[in-house]
Design a protein around this ligand. Structure first.
Ligand code: FES
Length: 157
C-alpha cells in the first residue's frame, strides 16, 4: 500500500539504508502506523538487504513494536502484586467493560488498545492506569470513565 511504502521510505531516508538502523526505522514506522504491517517488514528487509527473519526477530523482541494493529491510544493497567492488592484487576475489568474489549485487544474504531503490565516501578501510587504514557495513580473504578473520556473520539474531531 502506498501510505505504508511512503512511511518506510521516509524512515529509511532519515536513518539510512543500513542494517544498524533497523530498530529506529521500525520504531518510526510503529509510531506512524501504530503497528508494523507485514508489507512494511518486507520492504525494510528488501531495502536494507537483510533477511526478513532478522527484521521479524527485532519486531518481536521489542515490546514497543507490534505486529498486530494497535489503537490510537494505548491503555495499560498495572496488574503487578502491589497494584493487584489495591484493585488492579478491578480496573482491568472496568476498562474492559467500558471499551468492550479484553486485554490485548483493540476497539473496532481503532481508538483504544488495552494492555496489562506487571509492575511500572511506582507501586506506592497504585493501582495505576497509563494512557499514552500519562500516569493515573490511585485509580478507582469510578474514575475510569472520566479518564477514558479524555481520549474518546468526539464528533467533529
Ligand atoms: S505493582 Fe503496579 S507499579 Fe508496581
Amino acid at each position: 500500500m502506498q501510505a505504508e511504502t511512503d512511511v518506510v521510505e521516509r524512515s529509511i531516508r532519515k536513518y539510512g539504508a543500513k542494517k544498524e538502523a533497523i530498530i529506529p526505522i521500525l520504531q518510526d514506522i510503529q509510531s506512524d502506523l501504530n503497528w508494523l504491517p507485514e508489507e512494511t517488514l518486507k520492504a525494510v528487509a528488501d531495502r536494507l538487504e537483510v533477511p526478513l527473519m532478522e527484521v521479524y526477530g527485532v519486531a518481536t523482541f521489542y515490546r514497543t513494536l507490534s505486529l498486530k494493529p494497535r489503537g490510537k491510544h494505548i491503555v495499560t493497567v498495572c496488574v503487578g502484586t502491589a497494584c493487584h492488592v489495591r484493585g488492579g484487576q478491578r480496573m482491568v475489568d472496568q476498562i474492559s467493560r467500558e471499551l468492550d474489549i479484553s486485554p490485548g485487544e483493540t476497539t473496532q474504531d481503532m481508538n483504544f488498545t488495552l494492555e496489562t503490565v506487571n509492575c511500572l516501578g511506582c507501586c506506592a501510587i497504585g493501582p495505576i492506569v497509563v494512557v499514552d504514557g500519562e500516569y493515573y495513580g490511585e485509580m478507582t473504578t469510578r474514575k475510569v470513565k472520566s479518564v477514558l473520556d479524555k481520549y474518546r473520539i468526539t464528533s467533529g474531531e
